[in-house]
Design a protein around this ligand. Structure first.
Ligand code: NAD
Length: 326
C-alpha cells in the first residue's frame, strides 16, 4: 500500500511514519509544509529508507494535493496547527489550516477514490467533563479555538463519508507525550527548562486533569484504524494515566532530578478545561491496547531531551512569533 501522511515531519506524524516503515512493507509519502512545528530531523531515523518520500508542501495547495493523491491508496492526516495557546491569538489561521486544509485533502481523496482516509483528531473536541467519560458519540463542546477547529474538521471529514462515500475514519487521542515533541507543549517545555535549571510555571492551582498516552501507543492505534477501522466511524485512543497538572509536574521533577522550589504558580488562562476523559472500547475491539507505563515513557522522554539539547535550544527557529506560553 502507498500511504500519504500529512504532517509527517511533526511530533506524532514522524512516529507514525517510523511505525509503518518498521512494521509493514508499505511505502510512505510525507507531505509537510515544515512550519515552525515540523522538521525533517524528526524523520532522521527513516530518511535512508527507499520506502519513504518527503514532499515539502502545503495541504492547502490543491494542485499538489491532487497530484499526490492520484498515486496513493490511503491517507493518514496529521497536518494541523496544534498548539492551544497559539490558537488564542490566531483563530482564523487555525480554521484555515485545520478545516480548509482537511477539506482540500478530502476533495482530492474523493476524486481519486482512496481506499481509506484517517483523520487524526483530539479528545479536546469533547470539551471539559467534570464526571464520567466521553464515548465517541458524545456531544462536541470545544471551548478553545484549536479544539473548535479540530471539531469542525472532524465534522467535515465525517460529512465527506456521509455525502460522498469517502472512506473516512476519525481518531481522537488524549494528550500525547514522547521524544521529538516541540518544546512549546507542557512536558517538553517543563523538561527542557528543568534540565537547564530554569523555573517552570504551573497554571492555576495545578488541578487540571488530563489523560496521557505515549505517542507510540497512539500511532499503533491510528494504524489499526487505518487497516481495520470501519469507514464513517470515530475511534477514541486514550492512555492508562490520568493526572492533575500538579501530579504531572511532580513526575517531571522526579524524572529530571529537580525540586518543587523551581515551580511557580501562574495565573490560569480564562478557558483551561478542568478535565478531559474518554472511553476507548471501540478501538479496543480493533485490538488497541496502550501498553507503555507512564513512568517508563517519561524517563525515556527525558533521556531523549537530555541527549538532544541541540534540537530544542532554539524552538522558534522557523518563526519570528514567540508563543505566549513561554
Ligand atoms: P505538530 O505541531 O508537532 O505537527 C504538525 C505538523 O503539521 C508539522 O510537521 C507541520 O509542519 C505540519 N503542518 C502544519 N500546517 C501544515 C500545512 N498547512 N500543510 C502541511 N503541513 C502542515 O503536531 P502533533 O502534536 O504531531 O499533532 C499531529 C496531529 O495530532 C494534529 O492534527 C493534532 O491536532 C492531533 N493531536 C495531537 C495531540 C497531541 O497531544 N500532540 C493529541 C491529540 C491529537
Amino acid at each position: 500500500m502507498r500511504v500519504l501522511v500529512t504532517g509527517g515531519a511533526g511530533f506524532i506524524g514522524s512516529h507514525y511514519v517510523h511505525h509503518v516503515l518498521s512494521t509493514t512493507a508499505d511505502h510512505v509519502t510525507v507531505l509537510d509544509a515544515l512550519t515552525y512545528a515540523g522538521s525533517v530531523e524528526n524523520l532522521r531515523p527513516d530518511l535512508s529508507s527507499d520506502r519513504l518520500t518527503f514532499v515539502k508542501g502545503n495541504i492547502l495547495d490543491s494542485d499538489l494535493v491532487d497530484s499526490l493523491m492520484a498515486t496513493h491508496d490511503a491517507v493518514v492526516h496529521f497536518a494541523a496547527e496544534s498548539h492551544v495557546d497559539r490558537s488564542l491569538l490566531a483563530g482564523s489561521h487555525f480554521l484555515t489550516v485545520n478545516v480548509l486544509g482537511t477539506e482540500c485533502l478530502l476533495e482530492a481523496a474523493r476524486r481519486h477514490q482512496v481506499e481509506k482516509f484517517v483523520h487524526v483528531s483530539t479528545d479536546e473536541v469533547y470539551g471539559p467533563l467534570l464526571t464520567g467519560s466521553a464515548a465517541e458519540d458524545a456531544l462536541l463542546r470545544p471551548t478553545v479555538p484549536y479544539a473548535a477547529s479540530k471539531a469542525a474538521s472532524d465534522l467535515v471529514a465525517l460529512s465527506a463519508h456521509a455525502t460522498h462515500g469517502v472512506p473516512v475514519c476519525v481518531t481522537r487521542s488524549s494528550n500525547n507525550y514522547g521524544p521529538r515533541q516541540h518544546p512549546e507543549k507542557v512536558i517538553p517545555r517543563f523538561v527542557t527548562r528543568l534540565l537547564k535549571g530554569e523555573r517552570v510555571g504551573l497554571h492555576g492551582r495545578g488541578e487540571h486533569i488530563r489523560n496521557w498516552v505515549h505517542v507510540c501507543d497512539n500511532v499503533a492505534g491510528i494504524d489499526l484504524v487505518l487497516r481495520r477501522g470501519t469507514p464513517g466511524e470515530v475511534y477514541n485512543l486514550g492512555g492508562g494515566t490520568d493526572l492533575t497538572s500538579q501530579q504531572l509536574t511532580q513526575h517531571i521533577l522526579r524524572a529530571c532530578g529537580a525540586d518543587w522550589d523551581l515551580v511557580d504558580y501562574i495565573p490560569d488562562r480564562r478557558s483551561n478545561d478542568r478535565r478531559y476523559a474518554m472511553t476507548w472500547g471501540k478501538a479496543a475491539r480493533l485490538g488497541y491496547r496502550p501498553v507503555r507505563e507512564f513512568e517508563d515513557g517519561l524517563t525515556q522522554t527525558v533521556n531523549w531531551y537530555r541527549a538532544a539539547t541541540g534540537r530544542w535550544a532554539s524552538p522558534h527557529r522557523n518563526t519570528g512569533t514567540p508563543c505566549p506560553a513561554y
